[in-house]
Design a binder for this molecule. Structure first.
Ligand code: DX5
Ligand code: ZN
Length: 218
């Protein structure tokens, strides 16, 4: 199923609660929460206490994207803060299989993400225990970058692997998603679309979310 997950990284942090409620009222399915530690990526955003502070304001699915070192160690903090889905990076220093198990044991769905330079085949051994694969379409760390069209081959290969094994795994794309690139990513096989700038820099987020959804469904 198509899901639109606005990334609050592009929101006004001084009004994070209101922005989150606005996303719910604008038709978003999920809320994408980008956690950056200044170590795994060269930028720092926010952590579990901030996520916890808005958890009570909305029933949106909290789609937490951990761009951090040691995701195994911190998974529990994010589950306690109210994450529904916890996605971590294949390239992090935690054991992938153990971290997927840990996230599931905390009652959350588990996502596995790959940076642009990582071959998509890296995630194949883990697909049986992964709820979602995030194929990054920019280098993680910053919003507002341009969509990397050459990542679509990875999405196509992943889609065919998942179908061939009769698995139920979502394919998420994140970075540079707008009304045009969403079509390309959907045709390649993605079904969960993260959009930061496209949604939050708009005067009419509801209209953008609707267009993203319609264009993905085309
Ligand atoms: C980048 C983050 C993205 C980012 C997307 O490291 O993972 O979620 O917020 O922002 P846009 O949509 O502006 O590219
Ligand atoms: Zn993200």
């Amino acid at each position: 199923m198509i899901k639109i997950s606005p990334s609050v990284l592009a929101s006004d942090f001084s009004r994070l609660g209101e922005e989150s409620i606005l996303m719910k009222n604008s038709g978003a399915d999920w809320l994408h929460l980008d956690v950056m530690d200044g170590h795994f990526v060269p930028n720092i955003s926010f952590g579990a206490p901030v996520i916890k502070s808005i958890r009570g304001l909305t029933d949106l699915v909290f789609d937490v994207h951990l761009m951090i070192s040691d995701p195994f160690k911190y998974a529990e903090d994010f589950a306690s803060a109210g994450a529904d889905i916890i996605t971590f990076h294949y390239e992090s220093n935690s054991d992938v299989s153990d971290t997927l198990d840990k996230i599931h044991s905390l009652g959350c769905k588990a996502g596995l993400s790959i940076k642009p330079g990582t071959p998509v085949e890296s995630v194949f051994p883990f697909l049986d225990k992964t709820d979602m694969v995030l194929v990054m379409t920019v280098e993680p760390g910053f919003g507002g970058q341009s969509f990397m069209f050459d990542m679509m081959d990875k999405v196509k290969i992943l889609k065919s692997e998942i179908a061939g094994r009769f698995l139920d795994v979502d394919i998420q794309v994140d970075g540079g998603i707008n009304e045009e690139t969403v079509r390309i990513a959907a045709r390649a096989g993605a079904n969960v679309f993260v959009a930061g700038s496209a949604v939050f820099k708009s005067d009419n987020p509801a209209a953008i979310i609707e267009r993203l959804r319609n264009n993905a469904l085309e």
